[in-house]
Design a protein around this ligand. Sequence first.
Ligand code: GUN
Length: 287
Amino acid sequence: MTAQLIDGNALAKQVRAQVAGRTQALKARGIVPKLAIIMVGDDPASAVYTRHKVNDSTETGLEATLERFPATLPEAQLLARIDALNRDGTVHGILVQLPLPRHMDSQKVISAISPGKDVDGFHVANAGALMVGQPGFWPCTPFGCMKMIESIGYPLRGKNAVVIGRSNIVGKPMAMMLLQQSATVTICHSATADLKSHTLQADVIVAAVGKRNVLSADMVKPGAVVIDVGMNRDDQGKLCGDVDFASVREVAGWITPVPGGVGPMTRAMLLANTLTAAERAGGQQPA
Ligand code: GUN
């Protein structure tokens, strides 16, 4: 069996179209959704990511600003800038691009963002809201993964889901979202004794490790849904995920490609979260 592809580009386009419609509705009420992005230092990958985020926003009708600071910026100045953005009523979403320079405490910086503007969903208040099933902002990557699973009409209730990776940004929130849909969730990580014994039981596998070929065909149950969060380079320098795509696609039922899978969905969900923030600020129940 060859797996069906879950097309992240196509799905992201749908999400952006919905966001564009909601943006128009807000603008008609005199509210212009606005995302403020901060980047500290000159990490080349971060420069590309933040540029994409600004372009995605403006193409969808949102306003976006990118403020770049030198790597030597004192942490106190960054905190002061975040405080000003928290107080600025025209700004609905605030995103501080990670990683930050080593002299900064990322958790402290993220905690300085008002939870209602934390469209990355990294603030402990939003992590806690996800944990207890209350409204908040969900981190964009796992949120996008959930949308992809939803798009194929796959019922998660009672299914075995394995998340490989335990990061605060992807693995842990992903597990919570799957649990909220009543899947039986296992989180595997670098200290897991026998990864294959877990993945072979899984109806859904989310690979979020950041290492090539973490998941090969012999580790996958026939028909499983495989979501690949990885963004790596192969020996030829080509973008690839955590999953050995060529072999796993012959066993899985559904699979996300890299590129063109989770990446575009992550970007789209940031726009969706920003719109939700603007709608909430405008006293509207989000769509
Ligand atoms: N760096 C890599 N991915 C992300 C992300 O989703 N949000 C932020 N703020 N920084 C990142």
